[in-house]
Design a protein around this ligand. Structure first.
Ligand code: DGP
Length: 117
């Protein structure tokens, strides 16, 4: 079953694509949590971080490299930003097509809120 992201990569549904090459596609998140919120997605389907194989190591490195390039392009590199991979239920993963969130453009606060006592 193609994911919603596969359809975006193939141009079958619209998205604000900010970068694309033969290995990855990057587009703005539909529900941004900060002024910059971009998803960097491999063009081939990998469901979760758990499914990354030895053969995917260069691809995942490329995702991080593209994220850093986009951060510079967005003008947020110097102030800083956050890169996030959510995985499975506890990671609150909603779309099961590997993606790297690039989030920035405002102070983001602590990474994860501690549960209330
Ligand atoms: P995650 O919880 O890590 O699986 O985050 C999935 C993200 O994908 C979430 O921030 C919203 C975004 N998203 C879901 N559907 C679409 C869509 O159709 N278009 C775009 N641009 N983003 C989407």
């Amino acid at each position: 079953m193609p994911t919603i992201f596969a359809k975006i990569i193939r141009g079958e549904i619209p998205a604000d694509i900010v970068y694309q090459d033969e290995r990855v596609t990057a587009f703005r998140d539909i529900d941004p949590v900060a002024p910059t919120h971009i998803l960097i997605v491999p063009n081939k389907l990998i469901a979760t971080v758990n499914d990354v194989t030895e053969d995917d190591k260069l691809l995942v490195g490329h995702m991080v490299f593209v994220a850093a390039q986009l951060a510079r392009q967005e003008g947020i590199a110097e102030d800083g930003y956050r890169l996030i991979f959510n995985c499975n239920q506890h990671g609150n993963q909603v779309v099961f097509h590997l993606h790297l969130h690039l989030v920035g453009g405002r102070p983001l606060g602590p990474m994860i809120l501690k549960p209330r006592e």
